[in-house]
Design a protein around this ligand. Structure first.
Ligand SMILES: Nc1nc2c(ncn2[C@@H]2O[C@H](COP(=O)(O)OP(=O)(O)OP(=O)(O)O)[C@@H](O)[C@H]2O)c(=O)[nH]1
Ligand SMILES: [Zn+2]
Length: 357
């Protein structure tokens, strides 16, 4: 029986995410220690090596680039040679130097057995916005004191469950685009990012509302980066709502299509080497889009909207909202911000992600 003062599974998950970010191992299903390669230090690597054979877990996307065999569909478990050092692990986890130092193998992948613990380790690294690469070592003895323990199946269930968002605070924010504006802050129960809703005017809940689901883009929204169209889209959406007198813009903190800003800058750096936006995500080991669109649907419902006129060029967004109970009565195109720097990016999205140009 858990003490009511002790951590719940979701609270332990939160801790595990923070532990991985500072380089601490977590205990998975009582029998494995897992640590994120990105934050691993040499001393800890030496200590882990003393416990038994090491396994490096990479996603199948990363494994494909490295020509490692994939026996577990979505991931590969790679045997770490005894003489492999931290630099070897980092080079496999991080594609930054792939082109300069292409040959890392031959890599031997493990086959058979249960990959659940490996899968949980990758899911945790992703939710911590680290590179999706984890090091595993079997744990035979007692659990080292102070480490967070998780059940791998339970962690995977929690990580794929729908996030529950609670309203935190709201206040009036007059904006250039609309003087009658209100900003609502929502906080998830899983310790993940907070998300925001900008309500413009007083939208009639009985009618479809003009809505925009905007994914955070620090570079585009704040810096005015010309590499994407996010900044102009954000402001065009607010302007449109201002002109109409009502609307709702969700500002979802899913930076870099859900991979986080640090990884997005890794992706940008790969784009500087010639890869496109989708290839860059894959070389890093991510899916092309890691966003959870259920959050947007849940927020809309929570705000009392179930029918929208959606400002987007992304048909996948329309489908996702509809499959999560929001009726999209109209797709309103949002074509702004094309320039010399982002023409290739927008063309790739049209060709590979189904965006409408
Ligand atoms: N990983 C990655 N994310 C990017 C890149 N460029 C922009 N983003 C992120 O992409 C998100 C915006 O998504 P988009 O694909 O432009 O647009 P969308 O939201 O799918 O569709 P629209 O509704 O038509 O704008 C933001 O979170 C940006 O930070 C990139 O090159 N790599
Ligand atoms: Zn952007």
């Amino acid at each position: 029986m858990l003490s009511p003062l002790g951590p719940t599974p979701i609270e332990r998950l939160n801790r595990a995410r923070a532990d991985l970010r500072i380089g601490l191992p977590v205990v998975l299903s009582r029998r494995t220690l897992a640590v994120a390669v990105e934050t691993l230090g040499a001393d800890r690597l030496a200590a882990l090596r003393g416990l038994g054979p090491l396994t490096l877990v990479l996603t199948s996307w990363r494994a494909e680039t490295l020509k490692a065999r994939v026996y577990d569909n979505d991931l590969a478990r790679i045997r770490v040679p005894e003489d492999a050092d931290l630099a070897w692990l980092q080079a496999l986890a991080d594609p930054a130097d792939d082109l300069r130092v292409p040959m890392k193998g031959p890599l031997a992948s493990e086959r058979g057995g249960d990959a659940t613990v490996a899968r949980a380790a990758i899911a945790l690294a992703k939710t911590a916005h680290l590179l999706p690469a984890a090091l595993l070592v079997p744990l035979d003895g007692p659990v080292p004191e102070g480490l967070t323990c998780l059940d791998a199946d339970e962690a995977l269930r929690e990580l794929s469950a729908e996030t529950v968002l609670a309203p935190v605070s709201a206040a009036r924010v007059p904006m250039r685009a609309a003087e009658k504006g209100r900003l609502h802050i929502f906080r998830p129960d899983d310790g993940g990012e907070e998300h925001y809703a900008v309500e413009i005017g007083a939208p009639d809940r009985a009618q479809p509302v003009l809505a925009r689901l905007h994914s955070a883009c620090f570079t585009g929204d704040v810096l005015g980066s010309l590499k994407c169209d996010c900044g102009p889209q954000l402001h065009a959406a607010l302007d449109h709502m201002g002109r109409d007198g009502s609307g709702v813009l969700l500002y979802l903190n899913q930076e870099g299509r859900g991979i986080g800003l640090a990884n997005k800058m890794r992706a940008y750096s790969l784009q500087d080497q010639g890869f496109d936006t989708v290839e860059a995500n894959h070389r890093l080991g991510f899916e092309d889009d890691e966003r959870d669109f259920r959050i947007g649907a849940a927020l809309l419902r929570r705000l009392g909207f179930d029918r929208v006129r959606l400002l987007t060029n992304n048909p996948a967004k329309v489908r996702m909202l509809e499959s999560h109970g929001i009726e999209v009565v109209e797709r309103v195109p949002l074509k702004v911000g094309l320039n010399h720097f982002n023409a290739g990016y927008l063309a790739t999205k049209a060709a590979k992600s189904g965006h409408l140009l």
